[in-house]
Design a protein around this ligand. Structure first.
Ligand SMILES: [Fe+2]
Length: 179
């Protein structure tokens, strides 16, 4: 159990990330260590903040780094809700705070046809409280996330940059489009 707050997490990353000098492995290691401490804080989220998240009154973003470009956002996942299959164009770390999320990870295979894609499923698993999942550039950044349960799930995410120039993959048509 810890009292490690989101504010402290962000503050420490402001100090530590410049020392990683853009090396993704070092960044992910540092971020994952911080995420582990966050997830062991049972009082991480203020109940009013949780209420606002569930009501859609906030997008959950708690911090944007002015210098380093990373941002931290808390997500509330209603029962059954899911993302499209998507990429991120940056590194990212997700920690499960409450309940469960079903994650499917993919690898992009080369194709000759523009706008078409082929994905290989790499892994499929349910992530519960305390689990940490990450995406990294360039080969491990495509996934699909769903709340497979009947109640809300909560997760905290950190991404290396704003999610720009990202893509959505339609598994049925095999077509890829800008998100
Ligand atoms: Fe994602």
């Amino acid at each position: 159990m810890s009292h490690y707050t989101l504010g402290r997490f962000c503050q420490e990353l402001e100090q530590f990330l410049p020392r990683c000098e853009g090396h993704q492995d070092a960044i992910l290691k540092t971020v994952i260590q911080g995420m582990q401490k966050l997830l062991s804080n049972p009082d991480l989220l203020d109940p009013d903040f949780v209420g606002a998240l569930k009501a859609g009154h906030t997008d959950g973003r708690v911090y944007t780094s002015p210098e380093q470009g990373f941002f931290v956002q808390v997500f509330a996942w209603p029962p059954g809700v899911e993302t499209p299959v998507h990429d991120h164009n940056t590194w990212g770390v997700m920690g499960i705070l409450e309940n469960q999320l079903a994650v499917t990870e993919y690898q992009l295979l080369p194709t000759d046809t523009e706008g078409q894609f082929q994905l290989k499923e790499l892994d499929r698993f349910n992530a519960g409280p305390g689990a940490i999942v990450y995406v990294s550039m360039p080969d491990a950044e495509i996934h699909h996330i769903r709340n497979p349960t009947e109640t809300y799930s909560f997760s905290v995410h950190i991404y290396g940059a704003e999610l720009e120039n990202t893509h959505v993959f339609d598994l049925e048509s095999g077509q890829v489009r800008s998100a």
